[in-house]
Design a protein. Structure first.
Ligand code: NAD
Ligand code: DAU
Length: 352
């Protein structure tokens, strides 16, 4: 049994599906179901005894303690977070609470649980913290990609909260010996991503004939990884990562935002042509995000060299699959847009 936090969100839910498909080991999934949590994504697991869903907050120490003692997981994989940079700019409070206080609460609960474990289970226990490349700050155009030794220079409330959580995880290993590993990953894309993030927002807006808002000059660069490749990296690090280490995860796939959006437009022109004309007609340059980091790029050589992990998906195939997934799943999109997805837990899912 493993405990996954945030397993109803974009990456967490993809991870739960991927984990159960690959290993079959049961999962207890603790998720608060904020606006970003969507159990409809996990509907294929209804009635599957290997998946135990618990709606709850990672800041709730009594609940986390109870789950650890009831389910005796051999690992915690910690995804739960507030994840959207724009939301962190407008309202940073929840980011501090979930990302910092929530990680602290989990670490303390994990420490108490792990301290009481008997060998050999104790030696095998892992706390895997899922983090982001944004903690390293912004790269100059010609600077080498982020390695694991790059200094922390977070620039947004979101990245500052994730940086703080990374430091807590490091300290709990250094001071208490808690067996932790951390992954710092680049931008993910793929099925089930909430349409507030760049790629799903552009697909969904284009299909609705709405403006495609490009922040600033559209030349900010991100490094993109298909979500199932992130899932396989996490499985790899959980299995073989060295304790106390951090592993950068990325697809060697840097691209300016405008190139991404034009690529999406071209794929849609081919797969779902619009009578109104090419989708690029909807491109709209808007005011920039405050403090907008110019460039992120991940040097993934450590995880490749030490653990033999490589991404399976190229951007060309991954973006095409992603656009096709959104075309094939209009109900998932409609339920997210109408808010109906929030009723899923009450109407379609047995909680615990
Ligand atoms: P998401 O916003 O889609 O999902 C977050 C999930 O956490 C949701 O299901 C939400 O309900 C849950 N949650 C939020 N607050 C909670 C709380 N207090 N208690 C319990 N559950 C809570 O996020 P995502 O994009 O899937 O990201 C998952 C993790 O991966 C985050 O830690 C994020 O920082 C990290 N990450 C994301 C990306 C990316 O490109 N999306 C890249 C690198 C790292
Ligand atoms: O780098 C990893 C991070 O990637 C994760 O840690 C975060 O959780 C995740 O949200 C993502 O952060 P970004 O800020 O890079 O993602 P977002 O999709 O919000 O934006 C990607 C780029 O596109 C960024 O440069 C801002 C730009 N953008 C975004 C939106 C939503 C636009 O130009 N227009 C938009 O409407």
């Amino acid at each position: 049994m493993i405990l996954v936090t945030g397993g109803a969100g974009f990456i967490g839910a993809n991870f739960v599906l991927d984990w159960l498909a690959n290993s079959g080991e049961p999962v207890v999934n603790l998720d608060k179901l904020t606006y970003a949590g969507n159990l409809e994504t996990l509907k294929s697991l209804q009635g599957d005894a290997r998946h135990v869903f618990v709606q709850g907050d990672i800041c709730d120490r009594a609940l986390v303690d109870a789950l650890l003692h009831e389910h005796r997981p051999r690992a915690i994989v910690h995804f739960a977070a507030e994840s959207h940079v724009d939301r962190s700019i407008h309202g940073p409070g929840e980011f501090m609470r979930t990302n910092v206080e929530g990680t602290f609460t989990l670490l303390e609960a994990a420490r108490a649980y792990w301290s009481d474990m008997a060998e050999p289970a104790k030696a095998g226990f892992r706390f895997l913290h899922v983090s982001t490349d944004e903690v390293y700050g912004s790269l100059a155009p010609d600077a080498p990609a982020f390695t694991e030794t790059h200094g922390y220079e977070p620039n947004s409330p979101y990245s500052a909260s994730k940086a703080a959580s990374d430091h807590l995880v490091r300290a709990w290993h250094h001071t208490y010996g808690l067996p932790v590993v951390t992954t710092n990953c680049s931008n993910n894309y793929g099925p089930y991503q909430f349409p507030e993030k760049l790629i799903p927002l552009m697909i969904v807006n284009a299909l609705a004939g709405k403006a495609l808002p490009i922040y600033g000059d559209g030349m900010n660069v991100r490094d993109w990884l298909y979500v199932t490749d992130h899932c396989s990296a996490i499985r790899t690090v959980l299995a073989d990562g060295r304790l106390g280490e951090t592993y950068n995860v990325g697809g060697w796939n840097e691209m300016p935002n405008i190139t991404i959006v034009k690529t999406i437009c071209a794929i849609l022109d081919e797969l779902r042509p619009s009578e109104a004309g090419p989708y690029e007609r909807l491109l709209t340059y808007v005011t920039d995000r405050p403090g907008h980091d110019r460039r992120y790029a991940i040097d993934a050589r450590k995880i490749e060299r030490e653990l033999g992990w490589r991404p399976a998906e190229s951007f060309e195939t991954g973006i095409r699959k992603t656009v096709q997934w959104y075309l094939d799943n209009p109900t998932w999109i409609a339920n997210v847009q109408s808010g109906t997805y929030r009723e899923w837990v009450a109407t379609n899912y047995a909680v615990r």
